[in-house]
Design a protein around this ligand. Structure first.
Ligand SMILES: *Cc1c(COP(=O)(O)O)cnc(C)c1O
Length: 221
């Protein structure tokens, strides 16, 4: 448990260093600690060390772990970073403060409906499949502008930014640069990009949110 808090501190230090190296303010980068598959006992020391933002990939898992954690740590902010089924939109709107995986019209429609119904609006981030990988979620880069316009005009959604997961076997920087370019031309402020292996490159290219799992919690079993 000690290890987890120590690795959190190391990660924070290296995020701050990367930000300064690239002429950015350290507080312009938010660390999302990705706690998917990790039990509550492992998350508690990270919360105790002052970490606010956490990422989860599965609605059911988040629903099982977080209500109790939030009673003890009400300042925690929860980010949905995994693929989201439209039929989980209601639970996702109730549970998460931000959803990073909006990537299709059916989901936009369900989220709009549930936000209206619940009177609660998580921050919405559109995932872009920058590598056009068939197995990955996200709108294609060439369809991103139209999808953003559709979310706004047809569903009245406020989109805060963009997210990507570059292909594992490629250098990530061109993907980060592409995401930054699409965000800039659409006036979007949030760039959710960079994971344990590549968050420094993401910070160089403008990441506002880095999603770091294994560097903090250790490898996933
Ligand atoms: C698991 C996951 C992460 C964290 O990955 P690490 O390599 O463990 O840092 C980040 N983003 C998404 C979307 C993930 O699914």
């Amino acid at each position: 448990m000690q290890d987890v808090a120590a690795r959190l501190q190391e990660t924070r230090t290296s995020i701050a260093r990367a930000a300064r190296d690239f002429g950015r303010k350290p507080d312009s980068v938010t660390l999302i600690a990705v706690s998917k598959t990790k039990p509550a006992e492992m998350i508690v020391p990270v919360l105790e060390a002052g970490q606010i933002d956490f990422g989860e990939n599965y609605v059911q898992e988040a629903k099982a772990k977080w209500p109790a954690l939030r009673e003890r740590f009400p300042q925690a902010r929860l980010h949905m970073i995994g693929p989201l089924q439209s039929n989980k939109a209601r639970e996702a709107v109730a549970l998460f403060d931000a959803i990073h995986s909006l990537d299709r019209e059916s989901l936009a429609r369900e989220l709009a409906r549930e936000i209206e119904r619940a009177g609660r609006a998580p921050q919405l981030i559109v995932q872009v499949n920058t590598g056009a990988e068939p197995q990955k979620g996200g709108v294609l880069p060439q369809e991103a502008d139209a999808f953003l316009a559709l979310c706004r005009s047809r569903y009245g959604l406020t989109i805060a930014g963009l997210m990507c997961i570059p292909p594992a076997e490629e250098p990530p920087s061109p993907h980060f640069a592409l995401l930054a370019k699409i965000a800039a031309r659409n006036g979007l402020g949030i760039l959710s990009m960079g994971m344990s292996a590549d968050y420094e490159a993401a910070i160089q290219l403008g990441a506002t949110h880095v999603r770091v799992g294994s560097a903090i919690f250790g490898a996933r079993g």
